[in-house]
Design a protein around this ligand. Sequence first.
Ligand SMILES: Nc1ncnc2c1ncn2[C@@H]1O[C@H](COP(=O)(O)OP(=O)(O)OP(=O)(O)O)[C@@H](O)[C@H]1O
Ligand SMILES: [Mg+2]
Length: 364
Amino acid sequence: MGKVVLHQVKKQFGAVSVIKGVDLQIEDGEFCVFVGPSGCGKSTLLRMIAGLEDISAGELTIAGRDMTNVDPAERGVAMVFQSYALYPHMTVAENIGFGLKMTGHAKDEIARRTAAAAEMLQLKPLLERKPSQLSGGQRQRVAIGRAIVRQPDVFLFDEPLSNLDASLRVQMRTEISKLHQDLKSTMIYVTHDQVEAMTMADKIVVLQAGLIEQVGSPLELYHRPKNIFVAGFIGSPKMNFLPVIAAPAEGGIRVKLPGGASLLLAGDASQLKAEEKLTLGIRPEHLDRSSGDAVLQGTVRLAEHLGSETLFYVTLDGGAEIAVKADGLASARPGDVLTIHLPAAACHLFNAAGKAILNGDLTR
Ligand SMILES: Nc1ncnc2c1ncn2[C@@H]1O[C@H](COP(=O)(O)OP(=O)(O)OP(=O)(O)O)[C@@H](O)[C@H]1O
Ligand SMILES: [Mg+2]
């Protein structure tokens, strides 16, 4: 059905290389999310799958069929955009059914599919309204309805929720996840939003500058980032990075932290030079425990009280800046000195090239 395979796919816009050789397999029924910084090529890649952009080099198959010369309408895909692009003069029902009308479907078939989509998306009471009489969330639901009635093997979403306010995003996010459970179609979803990526995806693809940095489940990427880019990109607030000096030691790798404290990390030191400069990564939520394997000290610069938790931005003795996630009742204020405990099992190490040489394992 909706298995999508890309092999060494590339895209050039004139002299500019935007997608530089992507290999990716998206399984039938999988929910795959593309994330990455602005301009990295997420929309371009999605549009190439949709057939809205040519592929400069490489191969794309959908459901086993080579897509090189296949029209967008014949690919078994339907795309939902950030801008809903509804026809203002048509009712909700007409907007949803319009694509089917154009492809010559019978009236009663269009009515049947429109009713089923409206039921699924809670649009039934709104079918006779015009788009201008709808809220943003309702409009985006109509746009999704328009995709559903085409019964595609693959749904493509390009930041469909980014025009909506925060609470509506949360609601629509769960609705799209439910839709995926009901329809069991392949879905490819582009987003900037960390939480959307983590909560919706079976598989996340992290892109940077036209190349894949890592592919994996949300928790794989969170706990075992392959490089410093993925480590810093997945997770909010982002992982803290500290410059350290590392050396092989009995039982693992000994690192010297800024400020002078030292910490033994369990890991393979066989590739390590003596006195090698590395970057230690530690997530904000793994700090501020009452116990740990090394102690850092710093001054609180800013405290953000979010209710359920508190974020402290701390300048360490030695100059490095870190974020610490503490519980909602933590009461330190700017100017206070904070003692921070660092658990060895939660630490990651990256070499000078940014490659992870050690991923912490909290289950150890
Ligand atoms: N038609 C075009 N001609 C030339 N360059 C283009 C064209 N379309 C996109 N680009 C360039 O390709 C790169 C990737 O664009 P793309 O829209 O895929 O990024 P994106 O990851 O979706 O970014 P965003 O998160 O901002 O939507 C950008 O540098 C962009 O300027
Ligand atoms: Mg884009």
